[in-house]
Design a protein around this ligand. Structure first.
Ligand code: HEC
Length: 136
């Protein structure tokens, strides 16, 4: 019992000392370690005046969409946010799923494809990418 009281007393003394040191530092104005908060910038890169740069076309993975009425609309409108390869990488989907998919792009993701074009795209996808008619 005596040993436990002594141990508690020593722990309390230790804590008091830590608090005292922190308080003393705060009174001196040290609120954080000296290095914290300083950012070192890297040196600027030296550019040579005769540098050559080559820029080529952005590599867009080509989606081999089946030829048909509506293909161009898919390539144009469905390419705004992601490659139309999203169409070909799907498994053959039921017709209703394609309709829901295109509606989801419009409503949930804000594709804002005009209504008649939306219907054309749905017809195209249903004519070439369902379980019944998907070729590749
Ligand atoms: C406004 C941006 C936008 C447009 C335009 C768009 N999509 Fe998407 N699409 C998304 C986002 C966001 C996702 C989900 C995130 C991801 O997988 O990149 C997605 C995912 C998909 C998927 C994967 C399945 C899924 O539901 O996540 C398919 C298939 C798809 N889109 C088809 C189309 C077709 C077909 C069109 C043209 C009618 C189209 N998208 C146009 C934004 C768009």
């Amino acid at each position: 019992m005596k040993k436990r009281v002594l141990a508690i007393f020593l722990v309390m003394c230790g804590l008091m000392m830590v608090v005292a040191v922190v308080f003393a530092d705060l009174k001196k104005g040290y609120y954080r370690p000296a290095e914290l908060g300083s950012l070192r910038q890297t040196a600027l890169i030296e550019l040579s005046p005769d540098s050559n740069y080559q820029v080529s076309a952005y590599p867009v993975p080509g989606a081999d969409l089946v030829p048909g009425d509506g293909r161009q609309e898919v390539q144009t409108y469905c390419n705004t946010c992601h490659s139309p390869i999203y169409v070909t990488m799907q498994p053959p989907l039921p017709a209703a799923t394609w309709e829901a998919e295109v509606n989801k792009m419009n409503k949930a993701y804000g594709a804002a494809i005009p209504e008649d074009t939306t219907q054309k795209i749905i017809r195209y996808l249903q004519a070439h990418y369902t379980v019944e008619n998907r070729t590749p």
